[in-house]
Write a protein that binds this ligand. Structure first.
Ligand SMILES: Cc1cc2nc3c(=O)[nH]c(=O)nc-3n(C[C@H](O)[C@H](O)[C@H](O)COP(=O)(O)O)c2cc1C
Length: 254
């Protein structure tokens, strides 16, 4: 539990100053040298590096702080062979030192909302925060055949005529998208962390989700969003230069 506090306008506030000694050029090097690597050498990734990268993945931002992700490091030779096949035997999967299945979960929302209140990192949970997490089960439950979802959608659409309202996620698929968004952010942290440690990755969504779910015994409410192959980049592991279209297509100041 953190005890850092600062007094602002006579009120005691939590204090976490931003560090200013970060080397942006090294950060840029991590970002710009990350490429999708389709061929890895046989060099293993040390366990400490793997753990550090996974720990950095878990620090990604996540909607409502609910940590919608899960990472399965597939270690058994039998499971790995099956996973490679489920990844359509892509070279990136076949040659990777490690294969990590990134799973998004919508079935732990209520439990994690309760856990958040139990593990709140300060002595008192602010009343608004308490209310927020108490309401989470209602916010994200779609009900049988999306019945709650459509009722909420209609109610908020009406309210939306006079004020700004949340327009979702309400339906099962919207809640899945919600979970996938946060999980994808953790995936990005993971691949950048590998790069910072001198290793490389390939994110893959070219896989048979039904086979991967079966392999990992995933239950309803848990679904794989990508498989990440990781290892040391082979000399011919990047197949072509990076392609990015004109910035003007993507960045708008309005
Ligand atoms: C969600 C996602 C899924 C991807 N799936 C695959 C895949 O199945 N196989 C593959 O070789 N590359 C895959 N890629 C890698 C992309 O093809 C690659 O990121 C893109 O071509 C840009 O190249 P770069 O990553 O080297 O910048 C995927 C990337 C993302 C973000």
């Amino acid at each position: 539990m953190s005890t850092n506090t600062i007094t602002i306008n006579g009120k005691e506030r939590y204090y976490e100053p931003a560090p200013h000694d970060i080397d942006v050029e090294n950060f840029r090097k991590v970002i710009t040298s990350r490429r999708s690597v389709r061929k890895f050498t046989q060099k293993p990734i040390p366990q400490a590096v793997l753990d550090d990268c996974l720990d950095m993945a878990l620090l990604a931002p996540c909607s409502s702080g609910l940590q919608q992700w899960e990472f399965y490091v597939v270690r058994s030779a039998d499971k790995k062979a099956k996973l490679v096949k489920a990844c359509m035997s892509q070279l990136a999967a076949k040659t990777a030192a490690e294969l990590i299945v990134c799973v998004a979960r919508t079935d732990r929302i209520d439990d994690f909302a309760k856990q958040m209140l139990r593990e709140w990192p300060m002595p008192d949970v602010p009343p608004l925060v308490k209310r927020y997490y108490q309401l989470i089960p209602y916010n994200y439950s779609s009900g049988p055949l999306n019945s709650f979802a459509y009722a909420k959608k209609a109610a908020f659409a009406l309210g939306g005529l006079v004020a700004a309202v949340p327009r979702g996620p309400y339906t099962k698929s919207e809640v899945e998208l919600w979970a996938a968004k946060s999980t994808a952010l953790a995936c990005e942290n993971l691949v950048l962390a590998f790069r910072a440690h001198g290793f490389d990755t390939c994110m893959m969504e070219g896989f048979d989700a039904a086979r991967v779910s079966k392999l990992l015994h995933l239950k309803d409410g848990a679904f794989p969003i990508m498989v990440i192959g990781a290892g040391e980049r082979a000399d011919d592991g990047v197949f072509w230069p990076q392609v990015r279209f004109d910035r003007k297509l993507f960045v708008h100041e309005v």
